[in-house]
Design a protein around this ligand. Structure first.
Ligand code: SAM
Length: 224
């Protein structure tokens, strides 16, 4: 972030969101995550000019929604996560603090009611390959003309970054806060395959900031 005022706005938003969590460990986690993960300012830059609702699949404790609200992003944001403990925390923060945020406990393999811009950050690799293909196909159908689907994940490749991410994710599964399911990191090609190049603009770029991980941001925009 080059601009001093944008950096200050980012820092203020991180501090305000973290302070809203009731449990000390979550305040610490939220502050560290928001400040170290480049996905939050990247999502803000991506969606700040849009007035479409935003759907956050695998929203966790709602950090993205709160961060965007603190940066004055106004459209409705709907978060879905299958972990009811995280949804409870997200709802507790949202209550009385932010308007037009909805958090639901549910599985991305179930019905997806909402439409608008969609984000899928760090979720895909928790699904088996056939569920990934099915979800990406369903999401491709839901992106409206001019709408955007942003996916952040760690593509499976031969890089040292990939192996480090894989290792770190397995280590993180040792805590009670993370899902203990088999991990299936998709390749770039497997993600792209769901989005016909006649219908979507398709980009992918590294988004690892100062982390040693192999995170990439995939952006699919339906052509008008
Ligand atoms: C690594 S966390 C990412 C949280 C948030 N998107 C972020 O980037 O900070 C992955 C989230 O995906 C959720 N998740 C995994 N599989 C899911 C599924 N099948 N349906 C809904 N949520 C799922 C987990 O409960 C977890 O909160």
């Amino acid at each position: 972030m080059k601009n001093g005022s944008a950096a200050a706005d980012h820092e203020d938003a991180c501090a305000r969101v973290a302070a809203r969590f009731g449990e000390r460990w979550l305040r610490i986690y939220a502050g560290r995550k928001l400040r170290s993960d480049p996905i939050f300012p990247a999502a803000y830059e991506l969606f700040r000019g849009s007035d479409q609702p935003l759907v956050d699949l695998g929203c966790g404790v709602g950090l993205l929604a709160f961060y965007l609200r603190e940066r004055n992003f106004r459209p409705l944001i709907s978060g879905l996560d299958r972990d009811g403990r995280k949804i409870d925390r997200a709802r507790a923060v949202a209550r009385g603090a932010y308007r037009d945020l909805e958090f639901s406990a549910g599985d991305v393999n179930g019905p997806l009611a909402a439409r608008g811009n969609i984000v899928l950050f760090d979720l895909l690799h928790y699904l088996p390959p056939q569920e990934q293909t099915s979800l990406l196909g369903r999401l491709a159908e839901r992106v409206a003309p001019g709408g955007t689907l942003a996916i952040r994940d760690c593509p499976r490749d031969r890089s040292a970054r990939f192996w480090l991410t894989n290792l770190a994710e397995r280590f993180a599964q040792g805590t009670t806060w993370n899902l203990k399911v088999a991990l299936h990191f998709p390749t770039r090609e497997e993600i792209f395959a769901a989005f016909d190049e006649d219908k979507f603009s398709r980009t992918v770029a590294p988004l690892w900031g100062r982390t040693p991980f192999n995170n990439h941001l995939f952006i699919f925009r339906r052509l008008a």
